[in-house]
Design a protein around this ligand. Structure first.
Ligand code: XMP
Length: 260
């Protein structure tokens, strides 16, 4: 079963569209053990309410891909979840290929890449290796932070038609053309989610980060067309992560299934 079917099946069975961003603040390298234990505790507490775990540099850098991180990836698998790496791959094809090989070999089910680098000698090798191994590729399309418009929101000339178009619109078209398994659009920009969802025509699921501390609203993002919500600090830094995850999951699932 491919990544896309896997995450949909988990979401349906557990009735949750929450992807946990397993992020924690900076720790001195000598506190690595504390970081692993903290991440494991959160994962143990919240796994019933999530369908996937997204891992970022927050853990990869201090723990090491084939070292401490293996414990967390093992636990992710044991809990019946899929693992996404927030790699934002953004280099030449040869380098992208090596990066993707390492992440997939380490046990990740999907990765995030930046369409800015283009196809030929850019993301083509990443898609090829992902397809070969039934892994997923999610493309950044409009980021969640305040400065996102400076890049993803620029008006650019479409090389194929010669018309002026927003960058994110062309990235959504590329996601369709390249066969992406998901696109990432900030929950902080529901109007962009709506516009991108119309371009995608429901063919590619939208993953939406930015709920809570960044200002995104669950209902607004889902109403606009997001399929999965990526949630970090609102859960990982909550006084009671399980309670917070359950609340977010219940609200989101209710909104997704009964419309809000
Ligand atoms: P919070 O704590 O804000 O964490 O819920 C969000 C997580 O998602 C990452 N992030 C993004 N990843 N595209 C991405 O691929 C985005 O637009 C984006 N915005 C936030 C962030 O690094 C953190 O792990």
């Amino acid at each position: 079963m491919g990544y896309r079917e896997k995450i949909e099946e988990i979401a349906k069975n557990k009735q949750t569209n929450i992807v946990l961003a397993l992020d924690f603040p900076f720790e001195r390298p000598e506190n690595r053990q504390f970081l692993i234990e903290r991440a494991e505790r959160v994962l143990d507490a919240v796994h019933p309410y999530i369908c996937a775990v997204k891992i970022n540099h927050h853990l990869i850098l201090p723990l090491g891909l084939f070292d401490g991180l293996q414990r967390l990836l093992r636990k992710t698998r044991e809990k019946g979840l899929v693992a996404i790496v927030d790699s934002k791959i953004n280099d030449i094809g040869e380098t992208n290929w090596v990066i993707a090989e390492y992440y997939f070999t380490a046990g990740f089910d999907a990765l995030i890449a930046n369409p800015f680098v283009g196809w030929e000698e850019g993301l083509k090798p990443v898609f090829e290796i992902a397809k070969k191994n039934q892994k997923g590729v999610l493309l950044l399309t409009y980021m969640s932070h305040k400065g996102a418009g400076e890049g993803y929101g620029q008006t650019v000339v479409d090389a194929e038609t010669g018309f002026n178009k927003p960058q994110y619109y062309l990235f959504a078209l590329k996601a369709l053309k390249w066969g992406a398994d998901g696109v990432v659009v900030g929950a902080t920009y529901p109007e962009k989610i709506k516009e991108i969802n119309e371009v995608l025509g429901g063919k590619i699921p939208i993953y939406s980060p930015g709920i809570g501390p960044q200002g995104g609203i669950i209902e607004a993002a889902l109403r606009a067309g997001a399929r999965f919500l990526i949630v970090g600090r609102a859960i990982t830094l909550a006084e009671n992560p399980a309670e917070s995850a359950e609340k977010i999951r219940n609200l989101a699932w209710q909104c997704l299934t009964a419309r809000c």
